[in-house]
Design a binder for this molecule. Structure first.
Ligand SMILES: Cc1ccc([C@@H]2N[C@@H](C)[C@@H](O)[C@H]2O)cc1
Length: 449
């Protein structure tokens, strides 16, 4: 391995209480809210077909006009308690809020920038009431922070001249000041979710990102920061030049998920997902495939089964309300979680052989393994192949009328669980109590000879 000064400083996952809590909170809510919600993907009758929060980069959007949108930011229907209640009803255990996206507009009255809510008709801090409302509902809050800041004159994508270097030096001080300010104003937050760290200026300054991460940890012990913040001294991101994960979890799963355990190498990881194909901020006209609640539930289940967190994104309107489709998803997912959250909370990779009918999730630290069935086989038989030296002690479903009879032993450590032929309209859960193999056989009948 290469001697690295600014590579990974830890091998393996964090085992402290904050990270153990993060690992148990498998479902999160992402919120992208800012000036981009005002145009909502449209400008002067034209539709922007990129991601709504990137409309400032659209050739049809005069940047000065975008930058002046702060004069219209006045979310008269913003009710953070209602936001928190609906997130709680969805079963979200943590929430990530954009404090500042790439456009540089701050949803808190930062003393290091003029481009904040304080300059808008709304005037008041948006972030504080949101953190308080969510925390009051027992939901942890993480702060999304974009390093890229199109509003800051000292921001540079690349350093070409000594003047660039001097400007960027000032910019790094500004970044450190804003992050310090956020931790001082909102001490209950559990971590930062960094974005906008792909440009050369950042990639070629691994020392700064390393020192910044260590500074923030000292300021706020236990802080959780994903792999997107850091670069090592050779410009490697997420994984250092020795292929070791930097940060506290792999943060590269954006609008995509790992397929199998081998894809995550035993690291903690988190997937973040949009409901439409690719819109994070509010876009008036959703086009393309809009994910159903069942699709999102299956992604959540798949994530938990692979030992990762799953965060669903919402883009509130400029007035502070949520669009119907998003309210619907929160309610439908919440209804499913009310019945099945025991399979999700504290869930992790069970290490069982994957079957076509769906996913296994082990309740961390127990012998309880949940089967979440997403594809009912026409045979009505759910094949279960237990790991060696494991026997089935008990099989129950979380809802009634799912299983018919007792499991049938069809081979060494292999069973069929017979389903009641009631049709299902959502993934359903079966709980397997397993135990280590001992002399006598499992409590189910022996294979029919
Ligand atoms: C190419 C690209 C740049 C930035 C993004 C941002 N990351 C997401 C979490 C959103 O904030 C999106 O604007 C997505 C794709």
């Amino acid at each position: 391995t290469l001697p690295l000064e600014h590579g990974a400083h830890r091998i393996g996952n964090r085992t402290d209480a904050d990270m153990t809590r993060w690992r148990s909170q498998r479902l999160g809510q992402f919120i992208h809210w800012g000036l981009y919600a005002i145009p909502g993907g449209e400008w002067k009758g034209k539709t922007y077909n990129g991601a709504a929060e990137w409309i400032r980069s659209w050739k049809e959007m005069p940047q000065q006009e975008y930058d002046n949108l702060y004069k219209q930011f006045n979310p008269v229907n913003y009710r953070p308690e209602e936001w928190a209640q609906q997130a709680s009803d969805m079963g979200a255990k943590y929430m990530i809020i954009t404090t500042k996206h790439h456009d540089g507009f701050c949803l808190w009255p930062s003393k290091y920038s003029k481009y904040t809510v304080a300059a808008s008709p709304w005037k008041k801090d948006i972030i504080g009431p949101m953190v308080d409302a969510y925390n009051k509902k027992g939901i942890d809050v993480y702060l999304y922070f974009s390093i890229i800041d199109w509003n800051q004159p000292d921001w540079r994508a690349a350093l070409k001249t000594p003047a660039d270097a001097a400007a960027y030096q000032r910019f790094k001080v500004f970044v450190k000041n804003q992050l310090t300010e956020l931790l001082q104003r909102y001490p209950t937050v559990k971590g930062f979710w960094f974005d906008g760290t792909w440009d050369d200026s950042w990639k070629n300054d691994g020392a700064f990102s390393d020192e910044l991460e260590q500074y923030l940890q000292r300021l706020h012990p236990g802080l959780i920061i994903g792999s997107r913040l850091r670069a090592d001294e050779k410009g490697a991101r997420h994984f250092d030049s020795n292929s070791r994960l930097m940060g506290d979890y792999e943060q590269g799963w954006e609008r995509k998920l790992p397929e199998k355990s081998a894809d995550v190498h035993g690291n903690d990881w988190e997937g973040v997902m949009t409901i439409p194909e690719n819109q994070w901020g509010y876009n008036a006209k959703w086009t393309g495939h809009i994910k159903s609640s069942n699709e999102l539930i299956e992604m959540l289940v798949k994530s938990a089964s692979l030992g990762g967190n799953f965060v669903i994104n919402f883009g509130p309107k400029s007035d502070g309300t949520f669009r119907t489709e998003e309210v619907q998803r929160m309610q439908e997912i919440g209804h499913w979680m009310k019945i099945n959250s025991s399979a999700i909370d504290g869930g992790t990779d069970a290490g069982f052989a994957k079957q076509d009918w769906g996913y296994y999730i082990r309740k961390s630290g127990t012998d309880s393994v949940y089967m979440v069935v997403c594809n009912v086989p026409v045979s009505g038989n759910l094949r279960v192949k237990l790991p060696a030296q494991t026997t089935l002690a008990n099989v129950t479903s979380l809802e009634k009328n799912i299983i018919s009879g007792t499991p049938e032993l069809i081979g060494k450590n292999e069973y069929f669980i017979h389903l009641d032929h009631k049709s299902q309209d959502a993934p359903f859960v079966i709980l397997l109590q397993t135990s280590k193999e001992n002399r006598d056989n499992s409590s189910f009948e022996k294979a029919k000879t």
